[in-house]
Structures are given as structure tokens and as C-alpha cells.
Write a protein that binds this ligand. Structure first.
Ligand code: ADP
Length: 386
């Protein structure tokens, strides 16, 4: 019990205050006792010499004189009354100092106790716990940082939960289809035709793509990829994309147009990663634009940045979906996305991470369903000399 009390910060603070009080009292008593005779002689002895104590007190205080005996009595009386007053004052001062020490040690310890209790609750999984310490001193700053840390923990925890939920949901769909078809085959309900096997293969393929996407997502979200940033010309990149993608647009009967502003400055980017982002955006445009539609790849300078836009005349995105479209696993229309061979809603999230890692940003716009979509990548212009 005593041991536990001793290990408390409040007890340690109180003991340190008491030690300060004790030292102050010891110094006060010693100093007064040492300086008292000298001070007495200077002040009261001087008065006696001047005969201020009346008749019968010869000015000289020579040895054996009556005056000296009186002065000794006077000194004793003065010392006793002084010591009495000193003892009383020390008692009063010590009591008040102990009271004030208790108050201040409580004030220091209370926020720490609050944080201790909160951290205990957080360790038990209550991430909504916060502490409030008024003021602007180090303790309240510590409480502020503690709350920030808790908030980050809460976010991470909710992302983790959501990720597990999303991943299991994504895995469940193809697995259910494969399992159902296999059961049908085993029971002889489903004919073992090439179409059936093709369907199973398609779902297995979806599963393996999902796992690959997840691997890529976890890599980019953890920042576990190497960027080779260098000054590069967007024009060269777009020309190579044009060559690579045009046959796919032609095959789908979609008009594909590239337009690059003249005198476009170089940007600082990782060419391979930027290519990956643009191929992803163009792949989506290809997927969500019906034949007869049009896809434009445009690049121009905008302030200190170069903007690269992929605009399509396809199915568009409803305003309620637009703010979430860059969030992982988000699909504006999951069933349509799946039917049209779409993925798991990871591509745009990966693109966003890759662009942001290169110091740029990516935006999504759409006038609404059926009115096409535009995805724009902004990248910083390369500073001269780089
Ligand atoms: P997915 O692999 O499902 O296409 P993405 O992250 O690339 O995943 O896209 C997320 C969602 O954004 C898609 O499911 C689709 O609903 C929507 N989307 C992306 N690009 C377009 C586009 N060009 N037109 C309309 N919707 C799009």
C-alpha cells in the first residue's frame, strides 16, 4: 500500500515540495540564529551607548559592568521572543506551503491521470476517447498531441475494418459463383459445357486480378514503391500512348483524339508511373464509353503545373458518387462495372496515390449520368536545371 503510494507522481511531487520547504526553513533558522547577536549589538547596543535606555546605564559596556548584565538579559529576552515569533511564523508558513504544494501537485497530476485513464480505454479498443486539459502549457499541448494521436488511431482502425470488410466482400462474390457452378457440375445440374468452364475460368481470373490489385494497393498505400522522378516531356509520353491505345479505341468504334499545347514545359515525374496512371484512366474511358463515343487526351500548361486530361463522352458519374470515386473499392455502379468487365474499384485509388507521390493531384468531374467524365492529372513543372 505504502509502496504503491510512494511510486505515485503526486507523492513524489509533494515530497519534492516538502524538501524545498524544509531546506528553506533550515536556512532561515540557521541564518537568523547566526546573524541575531550581531544585529542585536548593532541596533540595541548602539541605543544603550547613546543612553537611550535612561539612567543607570552607563554608556560603557565594559566587562563586569551593570550595563552589560542588563544587555545580556535584554539579549536573552529579545532572542526568546524572536525565536517564538519565528517558530510561529515557520509553522504558519509551512502549513500554507504544504496546502499550496498539495494544490499544485494535484493540478500537475490530474491531467496526467486523465491521459492515463484515456490511454487505458484506448488500449481496450475505445478509440473515441479524448482528454481535455485547459490552458496552453506543456501539459495541455501534450493532451492535444495525445488527442491527435488517438484520432489517427481511430481513422486507421476504421480504415482497417473497412478494408477487411471490402476485401472479404470482393472475394466472396467470385468465390460464391465458382462454388455454385462446381456444385452444379458435381450434382449434374449444370452441363459440363465449354461455356460453364469458361465462366468458372472468368471468375477465377477475376479473383487473381483482385489479389494482384490488392497487392498493388497495399504497396502504394504504404508508400512501398520506388519513384524515379526526372524532368520529362509529356509530348513524348502522349505520342507513345497514342500509338499503344489507338487500336483498342478503333476496335470499339470510339474516336480517340490527342491534343498537346505547343511549347508545353517539361514536368517532374516518374515516366513509368505516369504511364501506368494514364493507361488506367484511358482504360476506364474505353470501358465506360459506348461505341460511337469519343475520348480526348489533352495536355496544357496551367500556372506552375501541366494538366493532362482524359475526357470521355461515356456513361458519366452521378454527383453523389463523384466525391468518392477516388476512394478504394468504390464503384459508382458495381453491377454495371462488373458486367462491363470492370475491376474492383482500386485502379483510381492507385492512380491517386501514384500522382500524389509525384507531387501532383488528380481530379474527377462529370456533368452527370450519360454526360461523360473527365479525369485530370496535374503535375509540377520541372524547375530549370533539373
Ligand atoms: P474499376 O476497376 O472498378 O473500374 P476504378 O478505381 O478504376 O475501378 O474506378 C472506380 C469506379 O469509378 C468505377 O467502378 C466506375 O464506377 C467509375 N469510373 C471510373 N472511370 C470512369 C469513367 N471514365 N466513366 C464513368 N465511370 C467511371
Amino acid at each position: 500500500m505504502m509502496q504503491a503510494f510512494r511510486s505515485r507522481l503526486g507523492f513524489k511531487l509533494l515530497v519534492s515540495y516538502l524538501a524545498v520547504i524544509f531546506v528553506a526553513v533550515a536556512v532561515l533558522v540557521s541564518a537568523t540564529q547566526i546573524s541575531l547577536p550581531g544585529a542585536f549589538n548593532r541596533h540595541l547596543g548602539g541605543m544603550a551607548e547613546k543612553g537611550q535606555f535612561g539612567q543607570g546605564m552607563p554608556g560603557a559596556m565594559g566587562p563586569g559592568g551593570r550595563g552589560q548584565a542588563m544587555m545580556s538579559d535584554l539579549y536573552r529576552g529579545f532572542r526568546d521572543s524572536f525565536n517564538e515569533a519565528l517558530a510561529l511564523s515557520i509553522l504558519a508558513a509551512s502549513l500554507s506551503a504544504v496546502g499550496v504544494s498539495l494544490f499544485f501537485s494535484r493540478r500537475v497530476v490530474a491531467p496526467l491521470q486523465a491521459m492515463m485513464a484515456a490511454s487505458q480505454r484506448i488500449a481496450e479498443g475505445h478509440y473515441d476517447e479524448r482528454v481535455h486539459v485547459p490552458g496552453n502549457d506543456e501539459l495541455s499541448q501534450l493532451a492535444g498531441h495525445f488527442n491527435q494521436m488517438t484520432e489517427r488511431l481511430e481513422q486507421t482502425e476504421s480504415m482497417r475494418r473497412q478494408l477487411i470488410g471490402d476485401v472479404s466482400h470482393e472475394l466472396r462474390t467470385p468465390l460464391t459463383v465458382i462454388k455454385g457452378m462446381m456444385e452444379g457440375l458435381v450434382d449434374g445440374v449444370l452441363p459440363g459445357t465449354p461455356e460453364t468452364y469458361e465462366q468458372i475460368h472468368k471468375e477465377a481470373d477475376r479473383l487473381s486480378r483482385l489479389v494482384e490489385d490488392l497487392q498493388e494497393l497495399s504497396r502504394v498505400e504504404a508508400g512501398a514503391f520506388q519513384l524515379r522522378l526526372a524532368s520529362m516531356q509529356i509530348r513524348d509520353l502522349i505520342l507513345s500512348i497514342d500509338k499503344r491505345m489507338r487500336p483498342q479505341f478503333d476496335a470499339r468504334g470510339i474516336t480517340f483524339q490527342c491534343e498537346i499545347s505547343p511549347n508545353l514545359p517539361a514536368v517532374t515525374a516518374d515516366e513509368d508511373r505516369l504511364l501506368q496512371v494514364l493507361i488506367n484512366l484511358l482504360g476506364n474511358a474505353l470501358q465506360y464509353t459506348p461505341s460511337g463515343g469519343r475520348v480526348d487526351l489533352t495536355a496544357w500548361q496551367q500556372g506552375e503545373q501541366v494538366a493532362i486530361r482524359v475526357a470521355d463522352t461515356g456513361v458519366g458519374i452521378a454527383p453523389e458518387h463523384l466525391p468518392h470515386i477516388l476512394t478504394r473499392f468504390y464503384r459508382a455502379d458495381p453491377s454495371r462495372s462488373r458486367q462491363s468487365g470492370g475491376g474492383s474499384g482500386i485502379g483510381l485509388t492507385v492512380a491517386k496515390h501514384l500522382v500524389e507521390a509525384q507531387g501532383g493531384k488528380i481530379t474527377a468531374e462529370s456533368a452527370g449520368p450519360g454526360k461523360g467524365s473527365q479525369f485530370t492529372v496535374f503535375l509540377p513543372i520541372a524547375s530549370p536545371g533539373k
